[in-house]
Design a protein around this ligand. Structure first.
Ligand code: NDP
Length: 255
């Protein structure tokens, strides 16, 4: 019998920044579709706890703590996976940070940290994954962009620049790697309920702005990204390449 269209049975997915938030929700969704997981985060204790919680749910999980902005650490992590015989079929470049302040107040170090965490990381991890996917002639890369891949808002300039870069890096990956059997696509979440937005959800004015501007009139829940992620990770999307799917309650349709 043919496998269901969205099945990820037999596949292994590396999700960066999956110790919490959107990455964790996406990882659980991929595991529910059948994938084995390699989880990643910076904080090794938090990651170990997240991995234990997923194992207790019956999912097959490895934990690989490394800093996605550190090229040498990324290379070393892939070498450890090689040595353990782990082949990555699905990569979700999700790790990210946000710093909010007026553009004129950003210092160079902070600018670089935001660009490195949200954009350079997708290059480092994507390159190492693709080197291994190309000879196997298969692979799914999902880069987490944002509404900010298409629109700017005040006080998040480096984040917006990085997320705009994610959209075109995704297109560049598709342009170079499609002929090798790899699909690279992006997801652009809207305003989602995670730690990243803690200060914003508890600010009544910001909360009202989000609800007022989002046609769905609410914040998104992390698990609401799972449908797009499973689609882009599965063979259902084999002829979809270089695209960004906005999962934003309709906000980008009306901005
Ligand atoms: P959270 O702050 O909740 O989680 C961030 C995750 O990224 C954590 O697992 C964190 O690990 C990890 N991380 C951060 N820096 C690094 C690093 N240098 N190396 C490895 N891991 C790192 O964020 P969200 O879940 O909200 O965001 C996830 C992604 O979604 C980001 O790319 C974000 O920009 C994007 N996004 C989020 C939106 C939202 O509304 N929340 C909207 C649009 C896009 P640790 O736990 O160890 O710190």
């Amino acid at each position: 019998m043919k496998k269901p269209l969205f099945s990820l049975e037999g596949k292994t997915a590396l999700v960066t920044g999956s110790s919490r938030g959107l990455g964790q929700a996406i990882a659980i969704g991929l595991a529910e579709a059948g994938a084995r997981l390699v989880l990643n985060g910076m904080d090794a204790d938090r990651l170990a706890k997240a991995a234990d919680a997923m194992r207790s749910q019956g999912y097959a999980v490895l934990a690989e703590p490394f800093d996605v902005t550190d090229e040498a650490a990324v290379v070393a992590a892939f070498q450890r996976l090689d040595a353990a015989g782990v082949e990555i079929d699905i990569l979700v470049n999700n790790a990210g940070i946000q710093v909010r302040k007026p553009l004129v107040e950003f210092q160079a170090e902070e600018w670089r940290r935001v660009i490195d965490t949200n954009l350079s990381s997708a290059f480092f991890v994507g390159r190492e994954a693709a080197k291994r996917m190309i000879p196997r002639r298969q692979g799914k890369i999902i880069n987490i962009g944002s509404l900010m891949s298409a629109f700017a808002r005040p006080t998040v300039a480096p984040y917006t620049a990085a997320k705009g870069g994610i959209k075109l890096l995704t297109q560049a990956m598709a342009a170079e790697w499609a002929e090798h059997g790899i699909q690279a696509n992006a997801i652009g979440p809207g305003y989602m309920l995670t730690d990243m937005n803690e200060a914003l959800t508890s600010n009544p004015q910001f909360d009202a702005w989000v609800k007022g501007r989002t046609p769905s009139r609410r914040w998104g829940r992390p698990e609401e990204l799972v449908g797009a992620a499973v689609f882009l990770a599965s063979s259902a999307s084999d002829y979809v390449n270089g695209q960004i799917i906005y999962v934003d309650g309709g906000m980008s349709a009306v901005l």
